[in-house]
Write a protein that binds this ligand. Structure first.
Ligand code: ADP
Ligand code: MG
Length: 396
């Protein structure tokens, strides 16, 4: 795999470099609420502009339906890039149309243009090979070489990550390389005990990861919304908690095969509704949750149990919040687990958009973690052992 350093060594002054970045940041009313992904790609953009490249940056944001939608405009991100980079930064109001062509043509050495959201174009995510290739060709026409630094998108067979590298000399950016190196350490020969903490909303999203990780890990701690389907599978009442009834049988099987490795909550924080002033109670998992009540966080005894496993661990991967951390009464479990993960005596890796956001919005010290992955789905699929189309394309 050729890298950004290889490209810089070749020399990029005056060359047009198309950078696929992952600038898919959370927005609330047009304001960026977490700029982690922007900061993560700045070193790559700085290196290229300082070396005199003409830099064309593209990214997706959210899930627009293949047509322009102002809600998902990258304009706020362009403004943030203008503040964060010393050189000239412009914004194209379309992705491969007139605005983009004019902006690319106007680039001087060291300038950067951010193209509008890739997913405003149906070709970006199309399952139709020809439609994707046609869009990829339009993007590739803007550049002489291609750098992929969008780790968060490498698990997608999309035009900008899968088809463009077939058309241009391609290089892996620093962020992609760093992510792959850390994940390789997890899938290779991790120092033991190797403990994985999984949470988040849906167990169906993560069943593949669970079954793939089980043979490799020493303990798998499970919290978040997904634990209730497992608790139900072990015969406990879960009240009105998040429950995927169609997954109960699969979960029963998992429990039968790996009960000594799976660690489920022993107590949970419940409430009737999800609100800032919700009245909460702590109940024993084995005692069951009454109808009308939802499990919304792991309880204090579970926090202690998980923390004890994490204290002994030498390698930890954590994905998925332990509760509805966005709402204060249900944030304690996620905060405590995040603290325990950051204190791990060994390699600690956080993967997942919401988990990484939790680390930052709960005010934890990012530097205390071994690595915070910018790619949720991508890091999970890597750990599942799947081939990631974007990485395969870079290796070709
Ligand atoms: P990540 O992005 O880190 O992979 P997910 O997207 O899988 O995580 O899940 C994050 C979401 O799960 C959060 O929005 C959180 O509110 C929700 N969640 C966590 N615990 C629960 C719960 N007990 N009930 C409902 N939702 C939950
Ligand atoms: Mg998420």
């Amino acid at each position: 795999m050729r890298t950004l350093d290889d490209l810089l060594a070749e020399g990029v002054a005056g060359r047009r470099v198309l950078v696929r970045a992952d600038l898919n940041v959370p927005l609330r009313d047009g304001v960026i609420t977490d700029d982690g992904r922007i900061r993560a790609v700045l070193p790559t953009l700085r290196a290229l502009t300082e070396a005199g490249a003409k830099v064309v940056v593209c990214s997706h944001l959210g899930r627009p339906k293949g047509a322009p939608d102002p809600k998902y405009s990258l304009r706020p991100v362009a403004e943030r890039l203008q503040q964060s980079l010393p050189g000239q930064v412009s914004f194209a109001t379309d992705t491969v149309g007139e605005s983009a062509s004019a902006a690319v043509a106007a680039l001087n050495n060291g300038d950067l243009v951010l193209l509008e959201n890739l997913r405003f174009n149906p070709g970006e995510t199309s399952k139709d090979e020809a439609e994707r290739s046609a869009f990829a060709a339009q993007l590739a026409a803007f550049a002489d070489v291609y750098v992929d630094d969008a780790f968060g998108a490498v698990h997608r067979k999309h035009a900008s990550v899968y088809d463009v590298p077939k058309l241009l000399p391609h290089y892996a950016g620093g962020l992609v390389l760093r992510e792959v190196e850390v994940l390789r350490r997890l899938t290779g020969d991790p120092e033991r005990p190797y403990v994985v903490v999984l949470g988040g909303a849906k167990v169906s999203d993560k069943l593949g990861v669970i079954s793939n990780l089980l043979p490799r890990v020493d303990k798998l701690l499970i919290g978040g919304g997904m634990c209730f389907t497992l608790l139900a599978a072990s015969g406990h009442d879960v009240g009105d908690s998040l429950l995927e009834s169609d997954q109960i049988d699969t979960c029963k099987q998992l429990l039968a095969e790996a009960s000594e490795k799976l660690v489920l909550p022993v107590d949970v924080v419940v409430a009737r509704d999800i609100s800032e002033d919700a009245e909460t109670q702590v109940v024993e998992a084995a005692g069951g949750i009454q109808a009308g009540w939802k499990g919304l966080d792991i309880g204090p005894r579970t926090v202690e149990l998980f923390a004890e496993h994490l204290r002994q661990a030498r390698t930890v991967f954590w994905n998925g919040p332990m509760g509805v951390f966005e709402v204060a009464p249900f944030a304690a479990g996620t905060r405590a687990v995040a603290e325990a993960v950051s204190a791990v005596n060994g390699l600690s890796v956080v993967g997942g958009g919401d988990s990484a956001a939790a680390v930052r919005t709960l005010g934890l010290d990012e530097a205390a973690f071994g690595h915070i992955s910018t790619g949720g789905g991508a890091s999970l699929e890597y750990l599942e052992g799947k081939t990631l189309p974007g990485l395969a394309a870079l290796e070709d």
